[in-house]
Each structure stands twice: as structure tokens, then as C-alpha cells.
Design a protein around this ligand. Sequence first.
Ligand code: THG
Length: 827
Amino acid sequence: MSNNSRENILERLGNHIVLGSGAMGTMLQAAGLHPGASPDSLNLDRPELVAAVHRAYLESGSDVLLTNTFGSSRPKLEEFGLADRLDEINRAAARLARSEAERYGGERYGRALVAGSIGPTGQFVEPLGEMTFDQAFEIFAEQARALEKGGVDFLVIETMADLGEIRAAVIAAKAVTRLPVVAQMTFNPDGRTFTGTDAVTAAVVLDALGADMIGANCSGGPDELVPVIRAMAAVSAKPLSLVANAGLPRLEAGRTVFPMGPDQFAARLPALVEAGAVLIGGCCGTGPGHIQAMRGELNRLNPSPRPRLTGPKPLSLAGRTRSLFFVPQNLPVIVGERLNPTARKKLAADAQEGRFELYRQEARAQAAAGAGVLDVNVGVPGIDEPAAMRGAVLALQGTTDLPLSIDSPNPAALEAGLKAFAGKALVNSVTGEEDRLEAVLPLVKRYGASVIALTLDDAGIPMTAGERLAVAEKILGRALALGIPKENLIVDPLVLTAGAQAREAMETPRAIRLIKEKLGLPCILGVSNISFGLPRREVLNSAYLITNLAYGLDAAIANPLEPRIWEAVNSMRLLLYYDTDASGYISYVSGLPSPRPEGPVPPAAHTAARPVDTAGRIRSAVIDGDRDGIVALVEQALFEGANPMELIEKTLIPSLEEVGDGFGAGRVFLPQMMLAAEAMKRAFNHLKPRLPKDRAGSRGTVILATVEGDIHDIGKNIVAVLLENYGFRVVDLGKSVPAGRIIEAAREEKAEIIGLSALMTTTMPKMREVILEAKSAGLRAKVLIGGAVTTQSYAREIGADGHGRDARAAIELCRQIIPGRSFKEET
Ligand code: THG
């Protein structure tokens, strides 16, 4: 038997093409598991069924068995009343797979490896949902520990659609076990996950968290995942996994059909290897035949893994839906400094009260002005800084998808911000002081961040460039020793105030040149410090920015609303040959006011207008998804004499429509849409009692349900909120609702519309059942269907009255079915 130490497992996973296994759930259903029942309970109740699936995959040539624990996390088991058996289930599943693996020698490497499967919780992490980072961490930690106790060789966190959730899972798995961790997300045909994360961003974030292998599973077929894996391979040197479905499922005569047979599936092997995959397996729709065919191709072609990314990597940061690389094309990066309450009373009060309305406004303005990163500081004297940092970071993610720089001298506040941020943050900052090195670097490592290294130590700020280089070198050494890669470090050689220490002003650019030459690290400065206490600060700030850029400065914490910053940036980008065809410069100056204006000078291009009236603030609150702040604003509008109906008609609905339009056009991603809908719902619920009695919900009654056997309800919940906001009365029956209950409710509630949701192809046939029963019961309600796998033609086939491609389309259909009773006509 081979040695399965951590190092050995990583060597096997990283340097050979390793064949995973195929689907588990469908195999168990074929063996008699009732759809809608818990597959995970079989680990205890029918272990022989699970063992038989493992054996089938071993006999087909799998090198890796995946435990039957995809739904064995606490919230998932709770759905089946099995939470108290969590430890037992996970351990039994691990042992089962392991004992099967030990009975068969793998074809190439001795015994097959056992991978502990960890799937999503079915809940969203804040700010998208109610689950806190700590709760998610505890859920994943609990399952990971149980799987480790059961004897798995490594963990596979899989089918994750949300970056916030997979972050918590990887952090927990690495924190509580010694096992190698594979982190896989699932991607839609547009190349993004359900909550908008693209493959590059996923790779940047998961790589920084220390996942040992990253990849994609489920999704469409292998062809759809090839570009995903290729994109990951371009930015990460980690080994990659690709575990595809057997193509995109279709429904044929009431049965789910995956279009790819074993030979077609196996024929994709060369493309998968070429893209960079080393762990290759099958997800939904694949079975032992697919694995056997793939094994045949592997034996026949014996492909070598594609060489992984080598050479130095640029510093990277990421928000949930975008990443930022410090490469000439993006340099210099302007880090917006304005989320900083120092010397700003209103901003301080906004943070102190936990509102973050001004923070959101400032964030929006800075992003619009061209900031690439936003620095977040909540340092108000006496404030609970960790709580405030968490609040600010959660709030800001509704407003912007820019990467954040978490700025605090307090390690607890840094940690709170890092937990709350679904991306790869910049930690601002660590210094060469012993206590700071010890407190901050472990956070950088655990939460997968980049970090600013300030060149000061226990002896204070060194005056000369050479001494600052020495501090930077010391911090680099300490980071490397902890396993933080060099590319996650950026040095701040410190700006002193020219008013007090002009003699040393040029030491900073000299230090930049030295640090870049000797250490190869990028540099950042808070340039505005130069002008403290001097008049017309923007003049000096700009001169100093230009000076430092000439010495190689890569990023500046500065005020992006100041036009001179952009004058400096765009000129210097041309002079430093970052803007190689001068197109950036030309497009910048073409937007500038003419040097000899004839009329009044237009307002500066980079000052963003701010909403002043309450309606404008409510609009922003909806667009930013400020669910905590919106009710107070609605109160204020009512106090100022606003009519509740008009608020809904003229402010709330148009604001949500604005977000919806952006969503439809692909400018806005689902998380923002969900947050906006939630903010809208809170405002609406607050106004509901104030509406004339029969108005709220007067538009007609809609019954919503996810069909039996299907437990997905995110899409349905969004539709529910939107419908209520449009004046419909919504009766939401929840998930996995039997046809009989839907019919009964439709009759009792005198529903005009029944909306059915299904996310799984296996449960789609239930929709037909509901329609047949509704017809034979003589219901007049129209039946609409929706859900990721449903189509217009399926709707026609089963006799539905319509198909909602997405939430907006569903609402449109409902409005067409029940027109003419809008609020407007009633008032
Ligand atoms: N290096 C690193 N981080 C830093 C700094 C640095 N973080 C904080 C600071 N320095 C950079 N940020 C600011 C933010 C605001 C100002 C200066 C630097 C500033 N504010 C005006 C004032 O205080 O008078 C107020 C501006 C306003 O009212 O709009 O000057 O060096 N790593």
C-alpha cells in the first residue's frame, strides 16, 4: 500500500493526471433512493448501497473516491432531522469509502484516495444572507473535523456558487484539519458563478486562501468548463480540477437526459488536460461508464499534465466579481482615501451610529471617479472598532465590487473586516514592529489577503532610504517564513509631512527605487500626508505623486475626487510607458474642460453628484441594498409629508427597476439585485400598514412553491419579494411542496396565478403533475414556471401558461396576466 501522507497526497494530486469518480446521487437513486430523501442518511442506513457505488467506480478505474457527504453539513442534515447524527454520518461515509478503497488496488498509484465531499449549506453568508462568517466557519469546521476523524485523505469543497461561502469553507477546513483542500466552484454558461464571480477572481481568492487545488465542478459539460480552467491556469500555479456534468441536461419525455455518453465524455480528455486540469472526474449525469471510458483514454494517451504557471506573479486583489492585478496596464492604482473619519465629523458620526450611509456615498463617488481599491478606516475615538469595521465592510459590498483595503492599527478590527469581505482584501497594514508582525501576518495568511508593509519598526520611522529598505526586507522574510507568498506584499516607505520634515521628502522616492530594485516588491504611499498643515494641499499632493511615480510608485492612497490626481496619473502613465499607445492620455484630456472656456466652466469631471433630498437617499438605499438604513429614510420621508403610495410608485419601484435593468443588461450581478430587493422589501413592509386597506396586495394573489423533491428557493424568494413590491398578494408555500398542497392553497386563497420553481432537472416533471391536477380540479389560475433548467419549450410541452426566464421576466408575466390594477389607477 502506498504512503498517504499529506506530502505524498499533494504530490499525487499535483503532478499526475488523476481520475476522480462520477456522480453519487443519481447512482443511489437508481439503486432505489427516493428523490427528495436524504442520500447522506444511507451511509448509516444502507451502507451496502453506498459501498456498491464506490466499488463500481473503483472497478471503472477511479483513483479517487468521493464520500457520500455532499449534504452532511449541519444545516443540510437539519432539513431531514438528522443533525444530531452529523459526526456519525460523516465518519461512517469516510470509513465506507476507505474500506472499499483498501480492498482494491488502483491501476497506477496503489490504493485509491478518499476525498471527503463538502457541499454548500443552502444559505447565504452576509451580506447576501443572514448567516455570519463565524456561523459558516463553524458549520464547515464541524464537518471537516468529522471527515478527518473518519479517515479521508483530503477534502473536496464542491459545487459552491458563492465566493463568501467557499471562503468560509476553505478557511475553516485549513484551520481545523491538516488535510489538503480542493476548492471547486460551479459556473454558469456565462462563465460566472450564481453570485457573479468569474473564474479568474475565484482563482485569485482561493489561491490566496491556501487551497491546495482549485477548480470547477458540476456546471455544464466539459466544453463549458474548459475556458474556466484555462482562465484559472493563467493566474494561479495551483493544480486544477475539472469535474464536469455529462453536458447540459435536457428533459425528454419527463426524464432528465444528460446528452454526453461515455465515449463523447472521454473524448474531451485532451482538451481538459490542455486547459490545465490534473484531477478529472464526472459530476451529474456521469456514471461508471464515463469513468471507464475516461480511464481507457488515459491509458491510451497517457497525457502529461500541462506545465503550471511559473515566474513572478503580480500583486492581486479581488472583490466578489472582479479582480485587480498590479500590472502596467492597471498602474498606478489609486486607492480611495476618503472612507476615513479622521477630521471629518459627519463621516465619524455615520460610522459611530453604524449607518454607513455616507460611507456608501463616498464609496460610490470614489469608484465612479476611477479608484481601483477603496481604503476603509473607521477609526473614531471610543468606537467599537471591530464591530464598526465589520458593519462598514458589509455595507460597502452592497455598493461596490471594488477590492477593499482594511485600514486599522487594531488587529481585531482587521480580522473583523477580513471575515466580512468576500474577496482578496488588502490589509493596511503591518509594520516591522514585533507585536504587529505577530498579530497581523497570521491574519493575512488565514484570510488570504495581500498586505501593506510599512517601513517602520520598534525603533520608529527610519530617516534614510537604506534603513527603510532594511525594514521592508525584514517584513518580507517574516511573511515568507509564515508561507505568505512574496506577491502578496506591497511596501509603503512612508510619507512624512513636508511642513515639518521637508529635508526628508526625497528619501521616500529613493526608498521606492531601492526597494523595487533590491527586493522586487511593489510600492504604495499615502501621498496626502505630505501636505498636512499646508495650504492648497492638492497642489503639493499632485507634485509629490508625480515625483514618486517617476521613481516607480505602483499605487497611491489618495483622493480620487481631486482632478489633479487624474491629471498626474494620466500624464505619468504616458511618460512611464504604461499607456503604450497614448490612448489613455488622449481619452482623458478629451474629457477635460477646454483651456479657454467661453462660457462658465463646467463642474469638474470627477466630482460625483450626491443625493440630497430624502427621495434621492431612498433611491440610493435601494440601489446599494442598504436594508438596515432604508427604514429610517422611509420614516423621514413620511415625516416630511411624503405619500406612502407615491413613495412606492415614484421612488421605490423605479429604483428597483433601475437595478433590475442593470441586472438584465449584465451590469449588475445577482448579489446586488438580491440586496436591493431585500432593502425594497423592508421599505415596503414598513409602508404596508399605511396604505389604504385593500391596496397592499390588491393586485391579485399569487401562489409560489418550489415543487416536491426540490429544495432550492433562492430564485423563488426573489420573485416573491418583487411581486409583493408590485402590489401582488403572495402566498409562498416554501420548498418541496407536494402538488396536492399547491392545488389546495390555490383554491382556498382564490389564486389568480400559481408560480412553480424547480432547479433540478430531476424535479421538473413535478411541474407537469401540478398542471394536470390544477386542470382536473378546474382551477382558473394561470400556471407559470421558472428555474434555471426550465425553458420556454418545456413550458409549452407541459401546458404551462408561461415561462419566466428570470425573476424580472416572471414579474412581467404576472403583470401581463393581471394588468390594469396598478397603484396609479387606484389612487
Ligand atoms: N499609508 C498607509 N495607509 C494610510 C496612510 C499612509 N492610511 C491613512 C492615510 N495615510 C491615508 N489616508 C488619508 C485620508 C485622508 C487624508 C489624508 C490621508 C486627509 N484628509 C483630510 C484632512 O484630514 O484634513 C480631510 C479630507 C476631506 O475632508 O475630504 O488629508 O500613509 N498605508
